[in-house]
Design a protein around this ligand. Structure first.
Ligand code: AMP
Length: 423
């Protein structure tokens, strides 16, 4: 398995991604970064969630990081076109994180907001501009931005540009770029219009195709449980205390909810730790190590933090919150049933989350069956007994009296920290 340094990335970038908790490059990064660093054009089919932003962002920053070059006001050195405001913000934010040890200027522009701050950013001079096509053309028309210094161009989510009717604008922008340039092209799908567009943009490109993770991975049983939001807490405790749940990865929507869940479990006597973007790299490594070693039965994670997790023997993936992006669902449940093992993916869904569940079902092309029991197994697969007779260690162990079940599997890791707060 390669490392970020193996891919040819310089130390300041490797340090930045390490601080972000990226342990290993994702397949698209592995395959794209060395070619991009060699300034080859790239045609990549890859979806959001595969790590594609870093796949173009890291080498792009490295190629631009020449201290002798200063950006000229209103004339960005690199241009990233992306279809939506959210993506523009996300990309720019990622560039900020990746470029934290470099001295490069970047900003994003998009429609629907005042253009004043955007015009100011452009006039200060930018190494990388991330933009949606409409606003970019507006500002170009007003003379705030010119493209004659664009050395590197990234077209992100080309197929979505097409769906959203932005292709004419994209073509207009491309028509104004210098013909001598380095171009990278990303699209989740490759319909004929997009293939034609790529041919107009790219010169002798390297092709990289990332096949989306299969949702039908053998061995993953998927179940949904409908609860109200208050019921989720009760449910997660029941699941966490079940003997059959040996190693569970629990996903929450936010860092805050991850922290709260760890506290809830802690109060109930179940050891867990949270990993998310606010945790230091050390804390994350420690938590992951304990989880991997089987010392910590439950790891609570946000999608971002869970990106690099590859732990064998995860028996349960629990979606404490239904992911908003269907791709995140696919990615989450793929953490279990690895290497041919069996696993169960259990989703807690409240009424407000129902539309997200339906969106997931339409992407994976199947309905997620409703769980037969509290830990999500269909009745026929329950062991040793049917619903209601499963082992409840909390009760059987109960020396502390009724209502105060003895915590199970509580194991403090060394160092004396609180199980939840220390990782
Ligand atoms: P993207 O496909 O670029 O939208 O990335 C999806 C998410 O994965 C982002 O939140 C990134 O921060 C995260 N990510 C990207 N590359 C890695 C990596 N090598 N290891 C862990 N997380 C990553």
């Amino acid at each position: 398995m390669s490392t970020f340094s193996d891919l040819g990335l310089a130390e300041p970038l490797v340090r930045a991604v390490t601080d972000l908790g990226y342990d290993t490059p994702t397949p698209i990064q592995d395959q794209a970064i060395p070619h991009v660093l060699e300034e080859r054009d790239l045609l990549a089919s890859a979806q959001t969630g595969t790590g594609k932003t870093a796949a173009f962002g890291l080498p792009l920053l490295q190629l631009l990081a020449d201290p002798r070059r200063r950006p000229v006001p209103g004339r960005p050195r690199a241009l990233i076109l992306t279809p939506t405001r959210e993506l523009a913000i996300q990309i720019d934010e990622s560039l900020r994180e990746y470029g934290t040890h470099l001295r490069l200027r970047h900003a994003c522009i998009f429609g629907g907001v005042s253009q004043k701050a955007q015009v100011n950013a452009l006039s200060r001079g930018l190494d990388v501009l991330t933009a949606t096509p409409g606003r970019l053309l507006d500002l170009h028309g007003q003379g705030h931005v010119d493209f004659d210094q664009v050395e590197r161009f990234v077209l992100d989510e080309a197929d979505r540009m097409l769906d959203m009717g932005f292709l004419p604008d994209v073509r207009r922008v491309i028509g104004r770029l210098p013909t001598e340039r380095h171009s990278l092209f990303f699209s989740a799908t490759m319909p004929p219009d997009i293939v034609r567009l790529s041919q107009q943009i790219l010169t002798d490109p390297v092709h990289v195709e990332i096949v989306p993770e299969s949702t039908t991975a053998e061995g993953i049983t998927q179940r949904v449980m409908f609860v109200d939001s208050a019921g989720k807490k009760q449910l997660v405790l029941e699941v966490a205390r079940d003997e059959r749940v040996q190693r569970a990865l629990v996903f929450t929507r936010t860092k805050h909810r991850a922290n709260r869940l760890v506290k809830l479990l802690d109060r109930a006597g179940v050891s867990s730790a949270a990993i998310h973007g606010n945790k230091s790299q050390n804390a994350r490594q420690r938590a992951l190590g304990a989880f991997r070693a089987g010392e910590l039965p439950i790891l609570v994670a946000t999608d971002i933090a869970a990106r690099g997790i590859d732990v064998e023997g995860i028996t349960h993936v629990i979606n404490y919150d239904v992911p908003v992006e269907p791709e995140a669902y696919v990615h989450r449940i793929g953490r279990t049933a690895r290497a041919g093992a069996r696993g169960l993916a259990l989703t807690f869904c409240d009424t407000e989350e129902l539309p997200y569940l339906r969106a997931i079902e339409s992407v994976i092309g199947q309905r997620v069956p409703v769980a037969g029991d509290r830990i999500g197994l269909p009745p026929e697969e329950l062991e040793p007994g049917p619903v209601g007779q499963r082992r409840r260690p909390s009760r059987s162990a109960g020396p502390k009296g009724p209502g105060k079940p003895k915590p199970r599997r509580r194991r403090r890791r060394g160092g004396g920290g609180r199980s939840g707060a220390s990782a």
